[in-house]
Design a protein around this ligand. Sequence first.
Ligand code: PLP
Length: 462
Amino acid sequence: MASDRTADGSSGPATDEEGRAAARRRDLAVKAAVAQGLVGAAETAEPLVCLLDTAGIRASAKALTSAFASALAPGTPVLHAFAVKAAPLVPVLRLLADEGIGCEVASPGELALARAAGVAPEATVLDSPAKTVAELREALDLGIAVNVDSRQELERLDALVSAAPPRSPVGVRVNPQTGAGTIDALSTATATSKFGVPLRDPGARAWLVEACLARPWLTRLHAHSGSQGVPLPLIAQGVRELHALAEEINAAAGRRQVDTLDIGGGLPVNFASDATAPTYAQYVEALREAVPALFDGGYGLVTEFGRSLLAKHGLIVARVEYTKATGGRRIAVTHAGVQLATRTVYAPASWPLRILPYDAKGSPLTGPPLAQDVAGPACFAGDLLATARELPELSPGDLIGVPDTGAYFFTAHYGYNSLPRPAIHGFALTAPDEVHFTLARPAQPLTSIVEESGAAQRDALL
Ligand SMILES: *Cc1c(COP(=O)(O)O)cnc(C)c1O
């Protein structure tokens, strides 16, 4: 099979049948979104909408659970906890919960979302390098699993659990210091990362073993080696270090004190084509090679995937408002920019996105390719989703689709220029080519922008 032409003209992994089906659903959804008035060219139509493919999300959740279930010894306890920061939306958490997936939370806000979605404390994990005493106390009261990030946090916990052993499973996050991936800002297992207890610093490992032996309620170890850009073998190496440390602690304790390994998330996502690559099955295979004992049932497992569960199922649809030619550059000014694709705008080399051109009716736009810049609405020159991208010539009223944006893009809104959060609709096919939309988050009204910008404190600075 030929590989797809990609965002930057290079080749991405060949698109599989699943990817082709998803692409077909996407095209139907864009057309239906226009026909049903969710977005469009008309003066009264919304210029911007975000869509989530619920069948795709369910398929990813099933791929995750089945990849681990087929490798693990029968009966091994396993919790797949979705990293809420990737898509902090209550209906998304609820959908994932319906697929048996819990939540990894790292702030009081994320915990509140998980609870609003009805996710049980036993299916919730609290990670954060900056937990306050109040947050720790709330988690212990609820029975939520806690991963301690530092020596000082462990001392705080000592004080909190001195009365009675905690109901919550408590673990320690370690930094295996295995090294960086291709994106420094997302590499958490470097020698100097801010996360976890370092394993290779002088004396750190011995301290950690002692710290566990002194606290029988420390029953878990946690590592998350990074997100996008960290290659599978490096993630697997971090998990191997985690497993070896657990064996060392248990040998020293003379019992299986550490009973669960939380191996984090971080499966990279392919942004270059509709193929899902790598797959969860490939990740499990890489783990089996690096740490065969991980699957023998000796330890329960927790995972914390975010991007790989949601990214490919999100789509931005934005109207082209104007086009112009300036200094020899063709520019299409659209409504999708830095507020939705913050990382792409500020770090375009690390976060390239595909741009899919559609006409005003939502049909794929065809025509000879022309190099065009695709700009957003914000008032600074760098607000570009793509530069010199070869696309059929865009005209005012056309639409662009920005796929693969279901995690950390439109779900991580950036309030520049007081641009409002757009509506998010889930979609599903109800017949072979009929699309049903359900509102997952309403568009932010301007009254809300005004309110959150201190309207009630209007005279405060006089
Ligand atoms: C961000 C994060 C995750 C999820 O990472 P993905 O790359 O989205 O899978 C999991 N665990 C922790 C501790 C994180 O900080």
